[in-house]
Design a protein around this ligand. Structure first.
Ligand code: CAA
Length: 257
């Protein structure tokens, strides 16, 4: 891997992926995105891993798609390169994915953070979709996920002016889960991962799938989907263990079976 660093395990049941193109502010070129897609697929299939953390460095989570790689492309080149099929694969990650964001999360970087399930931000984090300033528009979910997260008015403002949100604003607009001092953002993401890693991975996966479904469907269909996944948890040993542990007043030991 040239552009990402993987620590597996980072600690028990937790894997860490670091975007690693620091000189280019982790600009997301095609190779980096391919490495990220392959790594997430591998970690998704690793029974020992329950939660994945994705981070950059203090200065940048990622400053967007690689502008230098795209600058001379035609529409047909872009169509044939089909970079977003990589993003579609990343979106299919079944395990909980936490973004630990410090510094710039711009364009594709903001979209990548929003593709994750939760975002822990440092006080220095800046979120934005500045594509309009270079004559294009978001292409990896910026008009869709940002609008669902922060609402139409703020999404319009961000996408049409390229203005950035500070970490505090991102918290106010419910784009991120928590904002902490810069020296704490990775630690805080790990704390969140630890808490989730103690739960049944079967239940976590089914619950994540159900929440994601709420963005795709109407309420009746969503409730139906939720109910089926709830019933499915009863096919797991973890359901037996969780309920038995409650009755016996002890901590459950989940196996992900
Ligand atoms: N692509 C390629 N290179 C990038 C980059 C990007 N998105 N962002 C930063 N870099 C490079 C710079 O070119 C520079 O390289 P050199 O040292 O070789 O000149 C290096 O990273 C450091 O950047 P700056 O010198 O610009 O650092 P700064 O602190 O002055 O500014 C910044 C930081 C405000 C983030 C600025 O770099 C910037 O505006 N970057 C572009 C942000 C952007 O427009 N992102 C959207 C990209 S399009 C997209 O993402 C489409 C999509 O939806 C998928």
């Amino acid at each position: 891997m040239d552009f990402i660093k993987v620590t597996n395990p980072y600690e028990k049941h937790i894997a860490l992926i670091e975007l690693n193109r620091p000189k280019e502010l982790n600009a997301l070129n095609l190779q980096l995105m391919g490495e990220l897609r392959d790594t997430l697929k591998e970690l998704d299939g690793d029974d020992d891993i329950r939660v994945i953390i994705l981070t950059g460095n203090e200065r940048a989570f990622a400053a967007g798609a690689d502008i230098k790689q795209m600058a001379d492309k035609s529409a047909v080149d872009m169509l044939m390169i089909d970079q977003f099929s990589t993003w579609d694969q990343i979106r299919k990650t079944k395990k909980p994915l936490i973004a630990a964001v410090s510094g710039f999360a711009l364009g594709g970087g903001c979209e990548l953070a929003m593709t994750c399930d939760m975002i822990i931000a440092s006080e220095t984090a800046r979120f934005g979709q500045p594509e309009i300033k270079i004559g294009v528009m978001p292409g990896a979910g910026g008009t869709q996920r940002l609008t669902r997260a922060v609402g139409k008015a703020k999404a319009m403002e961000m996408v049409l002016t390229g203005r950035f949100l500070s970490a505090g604003e991102a918290l106010d607009y419910k784009l991120v889960n928590k904002v902490v001092p810069v020296e704490m953002y990775l630690y805080e993401a790990v704390q969140l991962a630890r808490e989730i890693a103690l739960m049944s991975p079967v239940a976590a996966q089914l619950a994540k799938e159900s929440i994601d479904r709420s963005f795709e469907t109407h309420l009746d269909e969503g409730l139906h989907f939720e109910r089926k996944n709830f019933y499915l948890t009863f096919a797991s040993d973890d359901q037996t263990e969780g309920m038995q542990a409650f009755i016996e007043k002890r901590k459950p030991e989940y196996k992900g079976k």
